[in-house]
Design a protein around this ligand. Sequence first.
Ligand code: SF4
Length: 384
Amino acid sequence: MPAKKEEFSVTPYEVKGKIDYERLREQFGTQSITPELLAKLHHIAGGELPPALARGIYYSHRDLPALLDGYANGKPFFLYSGRGPSGPLHTSHLLQFQLCQWFQKRLGVPMYIQITDDEKFWSSKTGIPREETTRWGYENLADILALGFDPKRTFTFFDSRSIAAMYPLAVRVARKVNYSTVKAVFGFTPSTNIGLVFYTALQTVPAFWPSWAEGRAVPCLIPCGIDQDPHFRISRDLAEGMGYPKPALLHSQMVPGLLGDSVMSTTGDRSDNALFLNDGPKVVERKVRNAFTGGRATVEEQRRLGAVPEVCSIWALWRTQFAETETKFAEVTEGCRSGRLLCGECKSQLLERVHRFYREHEVARDRAKTWAESTIITAAPKAL
Ligand code: SF4
């Protein structure tokens, strides 16, 4: 009898169980990122692929080949990603923005960021005040821009500030979305507030904005966690009927938490599950030292049998962000498997890089704060 497959469920609001990513991709009906597709991207962008692509963290897509072919034939696209601001960012939140920054730097394409301070207020289970989601919106935006975005090509929809600009397109989108569609996708119940019901229209606005504003088809690429795919399926279903290109999607796996959870959730008492960007050096050190690893019970056993990187939260940090080169990543992985590298030494090496990243990020963040305001869209294009 075949082994029973483990059960899991993934929605935009909740992830349960141990995720089988290949099965999830099949359930969602998306395509794999193949070596041929990576080679095409490598050819178009030039230089080394970023870790998120080279190491298979982004593993699934919708319509990426057509978008790349269009770019190669002189049809540039734009990037769209967002953040629901309920608190400080942690390092895994940066993954999608680091990938966007890489695309912008390599291909010179515009980036649109959406800060959903309204949605976070409507969806908060802890009752976060609206002033707080807005305050965190500004903080998070500075952290995102600090990753190296180009001030001239980066634009922000800060929902509570940009609503007047967004509203004319949002009402057109809202006219096309039935309640039964959002109910089925998001599992809304009779007690769901009506803000969340309308929010689907606001989340779709950035995906269509350049096409709407420029009066011509401008393709869109949205890198996101695969759990967010259902949100954008609605935008894709609407696109052609409204005369806009379907947004292409790039899906990542979820980053495991430091406490050994399969997702870096930090709600309730799980704040040690992640490295927050406002954690001080001592807190970072404590979290890393206490993190769940794939190490063995004793040094002798680890030297003899090697450790298991795939279950280790420290290896996940190396893999997603902190091994700068493929050589370093291979060195950590092989050292771990062979037993040459012990967990204490591995954590010390990682900490050195994490501390350096925090120091450099703080400087870049202060600089980004001086121009963050200039990216916020407050008026609809004159052409309208
Ligand atoms: S050696 Fe490093 S990667 Fe391997 S299990 Fe230990 S901490 Fe994790």
